[in-house]
Design a protein around this ligand. Structure first.
Ligand code: UDP
Ligand code: MG
Length: 337
C-alpha cells in the first residue's frame, strides 16, 4: 500500500526511469554476523534482476563479533558485497554516512542489517523510483498504537517542534529504511554538519518523495541497540539541530516570569501601604526563590544543549574513520593532504 508525501504532488514530475545501471544497498551493521549470513544471499538473489549491477555495501560499525569475517566469507563465495570497516563504533548515523559516501549507485537503498526491513518493500521502492520518485521511504505501521500515551504525547510534541521550527516535513514513523536517487545522495554528502540526525537531513534536502507502509519483521538474532535513553538523547540532537524554538521559549519564559514578579511586587507594596499588612514572610520568600532558581537552571540547560552542539561542530572532526575496505579499491591513491 502506498501513500503520498503531504508536500509532494500525487504523480512524479520526473519522467519514468529505466532499471538502474548500478543499485547500491547500504547496510549499517553492529554485531550482525548471524543476521548478515542469512540476509546478504537473500538480498543478492532478490535484487539480481532489478539492476544491471548490484553492490551490497556493509558498513561494519566497530562490531565486537565476527561480522567482518562473516561478510568476507560471503565475498569470497562471489556475492556482490563490499565491506567498509570503521575503526570503532561510531553509531548508526555515522555508519550510514560512510555507506552513502561510498555508494555509487543510480539508486541507493538503506536497510538495516538485522533483516527487520522486508525485501518485498525494497522491491516496491525500486518500482516507485522507476516511476520517477526521487525518494521512497518506509513508514512503520501500527507503531504508534503500541506506544504508551505519554510516549505518544512526547513524540507528537517533538514532531510539532521540528515542523514549526524548521519548516521541514519530517514524516512520523518513517526511519532510515528508504531509497534515494543519486541526486539526493549527492545533496546529503554536501551537508557539512557533524551531528548527523539523518531523519531530519533526509527531510531537509527535499526532493519528491513517496511513502510506503511496511510491517517490520522480528529480529532473528541479537538485540536492538536502542533503548529509551538513546532515543531521548537522539531526540535532543534532532531538536537542537533543526529548531531554535526551545531558545525562543527561554526568552518568552523570562518575559512571563518578569511580568509575574512585577505584578507580585506591586501587590506586596500595595498590601503593605494601603492595607498595612506586611507580607507573610518565609514561605513566600522560599517558594519564589526556589521557583526562580528552577526556571533559571532550566533555561541555562536549554542554552547549554545548543552550546554543546556548537562545540561539537567547531571541532570539525570527521564523522567516521574508515579502517579498511574489502575488496580494496583499484588504482585509487590515498589522499596525501
Ligand atoms: N547499528 C549500527 N551501529 C550502532 C547500532 C546499530 O550500525 O551503533 C545498526 C544495526 O546493526 C542495525 C541498524 O543499525 O542494522 C538498526 O539497529 P537496531 O536493530 O539495533 O535498532 P532498531 O531496529 O531497534 O531501531
Ligand atoms: Mg533492528
Amino acid at each position: 500500500m502506498t501513500r503520498e508525501h503531504c508536500t509532494s504532488p500525487a504523480s512524479p514530475t520526473q519522467p519514468p526511469r529505466e532499471r538502474p545501471g548500478l543499485l547500491s544497498v547500504v547496510l549499517p551493521a553492529f554485531n550482525e554476523a548471524l543476521n548478515l549470513t542469512e540476509l546478504l544471499p537473500a538480498l543478492a538473489l532478490a535484487f539480481k534482476d532489478q539492476a544491471r549491477q548490484v553492490e551490497l555495501l556493509v558498513v561494519d560499525d566497530g562490531s565486537s563479533d565476527d561480522t567482518a569475517l562473516a561478510v568476507q566469507a560471503l565475498i569470497h563465495q562471489g556475492l556482490p558485497v563490499r565491506l567498509l570497516r570503521l575503526s570503532r563504533n561510531f553509531g548508526k548515523e555515522a555508519a550510514l554516512c560512510a555507506g552513502l559516501d561510498a555508494a555509487d549507485g543510480d539508486a541507493v537503498i538503506i536497510m538495516d542489517a538485522d533483516g527487520q526491513h522486508p525485501i518485498a518493500t525494497a522491491l516496491q521502492m525500486i518500482s516507485d523510483w522507476r516511476q520517477g520518485f526521487d525518494v521512497v521511504y518506509g513508514v512503520q505501521t501500527g507503531r504508534s498504537e503500541s506506544q504508551t500515551l505519554l510516549r505518544r504525547r512526547f513524540t507528537g510534541l517533538f514532531y510539532w517542534l521540528i515542523h514549526h521550527g524548521s519548516r521541514i516535513n519530517m514524516p512520523p514513523n518513517a526511519g532510515d529504511f528508504r531509497l534515494l536517487d543519486r541526486r539526493v545522495v549527492l545533496a546529503l554528502r554536501a551537508l557539512p554538519e557533524r551531528a548527523r540526525y539523518m531523519k531530519g537531513l533526509f527531510a531537509w534536502v527535499g526532493f519528491q518523495a513517496r511513502a510506503i507502509d511496511y510491517v517490520p519483521h522480528r529480529r532473528e538474532h541479537g538485540a536492538s541497540s536502542y533503548g529509551l535513553a538513546q532515543l531521548l538523547s537522539f531526540a535532543l540532537v534532532g531538536l537542537t539541530a533543526f529548531t531554535k524554538i526551545p531558545l525562543r521559549l527561554v526568552s518568552v519564559l523570562g518575559l512571563v516570569v518578569s511580568l509575574l514578579s512585577l505584578v507580585f511586587g506591586l501587590w506586596v507594596v500595595l498590601e503593605k501601604t494601603l492595607l498595612g499588612q506586611p507580607v507573610s514572610g518565609f514561605t513566600t520568600l522560599a517558594a519564589s526563590i526556589t521557583f526562580l532558581a528552577g526556571v533559571q537552571l532550566l533555561c541555562l540547560g536549554i542554552i547549554a544543549e545548543y552550546l554543546g552542539r556548537v562545540f561539537d561542530e567547531v571541532k570539525h572532526r570527521p564523522i567516521y574513520v574508515l579502517q579498511d575496505l574489502t575488496p580494496p579499491l583499484q588504482n585509487q591513491l590515498l589522499p596525501t593532504d
